[in-house]
Ligand binder design. Sequence first.
Ligand SMILES: [Zn+2]
Length: 254
Amino acid sequence: MSQPETHTLVLAACRAGKPYPIISAEYGVPRGTIGYWVHQDRRSRGESAPPRPSACPRCDGTPLAHEAYSYLLGLYLGDGHIVSKPKQHHLSVTLDDAWPGIIDATETAMRTVMPAYRTGRAQRTGCTVVKSYSVHWTCLFPQHGPGLKSSRRIALQPWQHQIVGAHPWALLRGLIHSDGCRVTNWTVQRGKRYEYPRYLFTNKSDDIRQIFCDALDAVGVAWRVTRRAGCAYNISVARRDSVALMDAQIGPKY
Ligand SMILES: [Zn+2]
């Protein structure tokens, strides 16, 4: 393909609203070049750049997708991390490669909550880090701070309580998808095998376990603390009716 031809096709794709990364991959043109071509094209037609898409629900009042936010909050409290330093700002959630559906759901939630910013993935041994690049993630997750989450106080702000109160199942799904699991224990009695499914949530932070238990209380799911080596890191949901509720709303990881 000749360069003028590529130039025309790339600009047509941009006008059609195709994302730059996809155009870049399709035509083998660097993203920076695409941006420059679009800028030149607008200038040649006397157009100014369109207003930047709204950026942050906390800073400029962009509507926030509450259910997706509640789910993402659960993922963040479980396995999330925010990097916030000069020239480097992103939210990342590290997820086990065994559950590709959860990796997809995480990226979708990031895009739904912060549609103006790009997301990406990085492969690690046995897991995938899903990232969204924005300076505003600290606005949405003010729990960000130095050190491990388990070594500092984690308290939800009143506006977060409101969202979680309206969407407790989304929060629980996020917490289970990151730091929880559904396991099946079994015993044999009089030659017959009985299975006991249950949900486990494991987190070293007393505050995060409390947030998990408060949400379980809100939806009427019974739980108890199970101790491992004397430490109360695990919350177990084992009562049959409670497991049925969890199965209807969350289910096994996927
Ligand atoms: Zn902000």
